[in-house]
Design a binder for this molecule. Structure first.
Ligand code: GTP
Ligand code: MG
Length: 618
């Protein structure tokens, strides 16, 4: 029973409970889904679900029957999830969803304050189930009321590395590996619920003064590319009109609110407001800790950690184009079932070879990487995705969206109206290989990538990688990427193309073996979550030693006699082999001095600051 419940935790974000969402297909070849879900409906439904929910800390999942009995007095509980956070102790939580918003409100309103806790009382959906006192306990005994089972137990624990690897080893083929990877690491239903509850907490905290303010998740938490444990990007919107929908009001009111005039400089206004919001979060909101204000950045943000949700949150107030960009990514994911598994695999590959890093820097971001995947799928001879230009062309008056700072985010929202149907029937494994081959040869030096036009353009400046920002076409999404990181990307895509080509050709059955094969060969490097300045050539050298057929490496040596379809890759592999032989020869010549130098470098880098996630000491 428990196993069954655990398996439920991996349901797709939108698969359940009457949400107007399609179920995600696991087919390895893509077809247009029968019903496509509109992004705004998805967001609205999830926001509504959060309003019907409360989160209660309990001593263990065994408290559920008693909690269910107690909380049923406020309304009808439609489902419940359990999760556990492991710090010094185990902290257990149950997320309850009521049928109606008023029922959840009644439960929250009934909350009291404990003498055991200090702090200013604040109303929020984050509660604690105090042990029952003496006599009353009998009334709450678990036998008094039948209760539905928990939908998940320990439901936000990501799949362990070992389990994932073993699943991938057992898969029938690379296509199945890609699907398994996606299904087992994507953000699940509970993860989405928790993120919308974090958003609601902010919204409710300020609702007295700003009743129409909305805290809305965007980024990987909602765009379909998020994995378990991903950060939450939140935008706090004070604009009353959410999209064109709300413009259809019958008659404008004649009673107008008096307002406090804005400062003349909009940016400093936002910074000042964010400072105040940051203080509010820091001083009053339960669960919110480690609040940091990063107000000088292009997009000022407040970062914090939510300890009841175990969540890193980036809150912004002026990043509406980021929100609409998430809508575009979401729509691309909805258009073809291959897009998300493929992007997941490529993100995972990039992480495992140290191309991406959780902290921002001169490396490529997950967002830019997703743009590379989308562009690749757009420019195929039989495109799998349409250009953004064609989405803009298909827009009508209902799709009109312009941000406060004048960025035009108008594109068709109704995918049926787009009338795009791909005739490409390639399998995921083929697409993955083609992706690596495509970027092995892409002329990053001279060409820019345009998702708007689905073709490359002459590069307008000397950035190492130029991806035209789809919503602000004068900007480069990957402006941060250094030349070295671009070079590493090129080397890694070549290596991956080479490894995968031999895997795809070598399709003998591997089921049940202990051999590292398929995707596992791409992921074989230990995850490098911290990039240190002096690490630049390290991953490459470790990998390139695998190129030697005759026993220099014990892992993943390509089978002898592999032929490369692509002559340019064949030539590149030959060149890499030759130059690496020379490099290794030289290194062996001066091995003693190199060893002591690299030992010194390694010891100094191990004390380098870690990412904020690793630094946290809870
Ligand atoms: P992870 O957080 O790494 O899981 O991925 P993410 O997609 O959430 O990326 P990130 O947190 O960096 O950015 C959040 C969202 O902001 C992205 O999904 C995009 O929708 C949007 N975004 C990020 N960078 C840009 C940009 O340069 N231009 C625009 N228009 N949107 C951006
Ligand atoms: Mg994010």
């Amino acid at each position: 029973m428990i196993c069954l419940m655990r398996r439920l935790q991996n349901l797709h974000p939108g698969r359940k409970f009457g949400l107007k969402l399609r179920s995600s297909s696991t087919s390895a070849t893509g077809t247009l889904p029968e019903t496509k879900c509109n992004y705004e409906d998805f967001i609205d439904n999830r926001q509504q679900q959060a309003k019907c929910s409360i989160l209660v800390q309990v001593s263990s999942e065994r408290s559920y029957p008693e909690l269910y009995n107690y909380c049923s007095r406020f309304g009808s509980i439609v489902n419940a999830h359990h999760y556990c956070l492991r710090h010094d102790d185990e902290l257990n939580y149950i997320l309850l969803e009521y049928a109606r918003e008023e029922e959840a409100s009644a439960a929250i309103d009934a909350g009291g304050v404990s003498d055991e806790m200090s702090g200013t009382p604040v109303r929020s959906p984050f509660l604690w189930f105090r042990a029952s006192t003496g006599k009353k306990k009998d009334n709450l005994s678990s036998s008094t009321m039948p209760h539905p089972g928990l939908l998940s137990i320990d439901g936000c624990r990501p799949i362990g590395q070992e389990n994932l690897l073993s699943l991938l080893k057992k898969a029938e083929n690379i296509d199945r590996q890609i699907v398994e990877l996606h299904q087992n690491s994507q953000l699940n239903d509970l993860g989405v619920r928790m993120r919308f509850l974090a958003a609601l907490q902010i919204q409710q905290a300020i609702s007295g003064m700003f009743p129409s303010a909305q805290a809305v998740p965007f980024g990987s938490s909602v765009n379909g590319f998020g994995k378990m444990g991903c950060d939450l990007d939140l935008i706090l919107r004070f604009d009353k009109e959410r999209g064109a929908k709300n413009n259809q009001r019958t008659e404008p009111s004649r009673l107008i609110y008096h307002l406090k005039e804005n400062l003349s400089n909009g940016r400093s206004q936002t910074q000042r407001q964010m400072e105040v919001i940051g203080d509010l979060l820091h001083l009053f909101l339960p669960g919110v800790c480690h609040v940091r204000r990063i107000l000088q950045a292009r997009v000022p943000i407040i970062k914090y950690h939510h300890e009841h949700l175990n969540l890193e949150v980036d809150l912004s107030m002026s990043n509406l184009s980021g929100f609409y960009m998430s809508e575009l990514l979401y729509m691309f994911g909805e258009l073809d079932t291959r897009v998300r598994p493929l992007t997941f695999t490529i993100r995972r590959w990039a992480q495992s070879c140290g191309l991406t890093n959780p902290s921002p820097g001169r490396w490529i971001s997950n967002f830019s990487l997703s743009c590379l995947v989308i562009f690749f799928l757009q420019q195929l001879r039989q495109p799998i995705l349409p250009s953004i230009g064609s989405l803009v062309k298909a827009a009508d008056a209902d799709d009109f969206r312009v941000t406060e700072d004048g960025i035009n985010c108008t594109f068709v929202r109704d995918l049926e109206r787009l009338n795009f149907q791909s005739r490409n029937t390639s399998k995921l494994s083929e697409l993955l290989l083609q992706f690596f081959e495509f970027y092995s040869q892409f002329d990053f030096h001279n060409r820019a990538i345009s998702l708007n036009e689905a073709r490359s353009l002459a590069k307008p400046d000397h950035s190492a990688i130029y991806i035209v920002n789809p919503l602000e076409q004068l900007l480069n999404v990957s402006k941060n990427v250094s030349l070295e990181e671009c070079e590493r990307l090129r080397i890694e895509v070549r290596n991956a193309a080479w490894l995968l080509e031999s895997e795809v050709e070598n399709t003998s059955v591997k089921e049940g073996t202990e051999t590292i094969w398929g995707l596992l060969n791409l992921f074989k490097h230990p995850e490098k979550t911290i990039i240190r300045p002096n690490m630049f050539f390290k991953p490459r050298m470790v990998e390139v030693s695998d190129l030697f057929e005759n026993g220099m490496s014990t892992t993943a040596t390509p089978p002898a006699g592999v032929t490369y379809k692509n002559p340019s890759i064949r030539q590149q592999v030959q060149n890499i082999k030759a130059s690496t032989r020379n490099e290794l020869k030289q290194m062996r010549g001066s091995s003693s001095s190199v060893t002591s130098a690299s030992a010194a470098a390694a010891s100094s880098s191990s004390s380098a600051p870690t990412s904020s996630k690793n630094r946290r000491s809870r």
